[in-house]
Design a protein around this ligand. Structure first.
Ligand code: MN
Length: 347
């Protein structure tokens, strides 16, 4: 069965509040409230982690009480970031959400993606604030700071902080923002990488960020076992429609063979786009613990990864999307995806 989207009945946020109005409102809230809880989506990426930490450092500067809760582990290449030790996990006991003035969810626009924290967030008395750049935000919070054209949540936070004339651009704050923007733009290669993005990171570099160091720490860190898993993936790579589409399948036995886990596949789907003629890549992962097939899709230009994912109750950006399938065989999922991709690739 195809996994049903539990949030399909949640209404969209329309209209999306004006960005500049929201900046003023959110700055006001950050400066006038006293306690904050920050969280983000499952499987946090560099933008999620960097944005949470940037907000944390900003709020601590203002002497606010601030906690961060995540529901899934932080990728190891992001654990160098200052403040990472302050992040608590939803499995930790003693979640006291009711006592916070505000909950801020960053880099997500759908409450279902906060998983185990959802109940606590919904019951919390504090105001609920969303800071995000994904398309089609859902209506579940009190305040929104949203720009669906921004490269990253980090970019949005930079613009927010810039309006605060008293801000101190400390190294931990700037590094967190830089990592958020660098990772969500694929190291400044993805479509939303415009002049503004470069002007922002130029500012961050002027404030003292070391781009060479941050690139090395974030990207040149593939563990040997992960490299071997990628090798297994590449060795079973399949090509369709004159090489426009490539599909990599990672099965449970591949994880066992290389002593790796699902998290180690981070970056695999993007890596396939460097293959000649490829305009769409699909990574299909068998996650036996959840009896699930997890699919990541990447694409170039007008070819929409998102449109493919929407066929299967998934979602995402135009060039980066995903979906999940329950109780299905990997081969079956692959066949469906390849068949549907045909229309999008128009071979
Ligand atoms: Mn993001």
């Amino acid at each position: 069965m195809i996994l049903e989207n539990p949030e399909s009945n949640v209404k969209l946020l329309t209209p999306i509040p004006d960005f500049n109005d929201s900046v003023a409102k959110i700055l006001n809230l950050l400066n006038n409230l006293n306690s904050f809880l920050l969280t983000t989506h499952i499987n946090p990426d560099g933008d999620a982690v960097g944005s949470c930490l940037a907000l944390y450092h900003y709020l601590r500067q203002k002497n606010k009480n601030c906690s961060i809760f995540f529901h899934s582990p932080i990728p190891s290449n992001l654990r160098f970031l200052d403040g990472i030790d302050k992040i608590k996990f939803s499995s930790d006991s003693g979640l006291v959400f009711e006592q916070t003035d505000a909950v801020i969810v960053v880099d997500l626009n759908d409450i279902s993606r906060v998983k185990a924290l959802r109940d606590s967030i919904e019951k919390c008395n504090g105001v609920k604030i969303v800071v995000d750049h994904h398309l089609e935000p859902k209506d579940f919070a009190d305040y929104y700071l949203i720009d669906t054209t921004a490269s990253s949540t980090g970019e949005i936070l930079y613009k927010l902080f810039k309006e605060d004339k008293d801000i101190n651009w400390t190294a931990p704050l700037c590094e967190a923002l830089y990592v958020a923007i660098m990772t969500d733009t694929g190291n400044f290669r993805f479509e939303r990488t415009d002049g503004e993005v470069h002007r922002i990171v130029a500012d961050l570099i002027d404030f003292g960020v070391d781009p060479v160091k941050l690139y090395n720490v974030v990207y040149n860190t593939m563990p040997l076992n992960t490299a071997r898993l990628l090798g297994v993936g590449y060795s079973n790579l399949e090509s369709f429609y004159d090489g426009k589409l490539v599909v990599m399948s990672i099965r449970n036995r591949d994880f066992l063979l290389t002593s790796t886990t699902e998290e180690d596949t981070e970056g695999f789907v993007e890596a396939m786009l460097s293959i000649e003629n490829v305009v769409m890549s699909i990574l299909i992962i068998e996650v036996i613990e959840r009896n699930e097939i997890r699919v990541s899709i990447r694409s170039k230009g007008e070819f929409s990864a998102r449109n493919l994912a929407l066929n299967f109750n998934g979602g995402g950006h135009k060039n980066a999307a995903g979906c999940r399938f329950n109780k299905m065989e990997l081969e079956e999922v692959k066949k469906m995806l390849v068949d549907r991709a045909k229309n999008i690739l128009n071979p």
